[in-house]
Ligand binder design. Structure first.
Ligand code: NDP
Length: 244
């Protein structure tokens, strides 16, 4: 399979760390002109140091108007990876309205915001595009004590299906990847309790956690023409994790 993104401009959100950073570096390696958007300047500076060809944008995606203005400046974007996300451990009875707003603002509303700017511009220029939303296995299975996070990711899946229906007739494919635990900063924070993480590991028949590269490979495949007839799909990246 050929993965050559030469001549394409790729925007990766949440590219300062974890899966997003690894995706930005891989897309640059495969020839794309990468624009890395993230919240913490120091993370972006170190990414730029690692690969000086990558353009960086420091924006907090919670800021609706600032985000829109920043994205407008870097269009056209042919490949969009809506990766930025946060995870809060909130059982139903402890979840607050503030936590609800924060998690849905970052994990969901930002996808709407960024995608609106990118897609409107592609349509105006009559260009084709490709979008991958980074969801989670939590959207499919639910996870106890992650009441808000799992719901936000279910909504990401819903966005993905509807965006694919609306946009693919216009030449823009939309898919999602849905990984189980990946030991990034977020993964380590959420699964630091060994007893909990080993219980998850015990349910993965392959006996290992998903690595960042496993997710990156899924994203790259979905962004490429190799997956041309895969559309509105949720690609589970979970090593066959058993429900129980
Ligand atoms: P990390 O916490 O390692 O990285 C998240 C990135 O998102 C960071 O670069 C962070 O910015 C950025 N980000 C967070 N909030 C904002 C914001 N308000 N504005 C701009 N950027 C923001 O997480 P992962 O790499 O693990 O997660 C990436 C995606 O994968 C998320 O959507 C997550 O839900 C999903 N996922 C992760 C799993 C896991 O186990 N790790 C499992 C399943 C899905 P900065 O570094 O600049 O502060």
């Amino acid at each position: 399979m050929n993965f050559d993104f030469s001549g394409k401009r790729a925007l990766v959100t949440g590219a300062g760390a974890g899966i997003g950073r690894a995706t930005a570096l891989k897309l640059a390696e495969l020839g794309a002109q990468v624009i890395a958007l993230s919240r913490t300047k120091a993370h972006l500076d170190s990414l730029k140091q690692e690969n000086p060809s990558i353009e960086i944008i420091c924006v907090d995606l919670v800021e609706w108007s600032t985000t829109r203005e920043a994205i407008k400046k870097v269009t056209p974007i042919h490949l969009l990876v809506n990766n930025a996300g946060i995870c809060l451990q909130t059982p139903l009875l402890d979840a607050t309205p503030e936590q609800f707003d924060l998690i849905f603002n970052v994990n969901l509303k930002a996808i709407m915001n960024v995608s609106q700017i990118v897609v409107a511009d592609l349509l105006e220029r009559n260009l084709k595009g490709n979008i991958v939303n980074v969801s989670s296995l939590a959207s499919h299975r639910g996870v106890a004590n992650f009441f808000l996070y799992a719901a936000s990711k279910s909504a990401v899946d819903s966005f993905t299906k509807t965006m694919a229906l609306e946009l693919s007739p216009k030449g823009i494919r939309v898919n999602a990847v849905n990984p189980t635990v990946v030991m990034t900063e977020m993964g380590r924070h959420v699964w630091s309790d060994k007893e909990k993480s080993e219980a998850v590991l015990a349910r993965i028949p392959q006996g290992k956690f998903v690595e960042k590269l496993d997710v990156v490979n899924g994203i790259v495949f979905l962004l490429s023409d190799n997956s041309d007839m895969i559309n509105g799909h949720m690609l589970l990246i979970e090593g066959g994790l058993r429900c129980c």
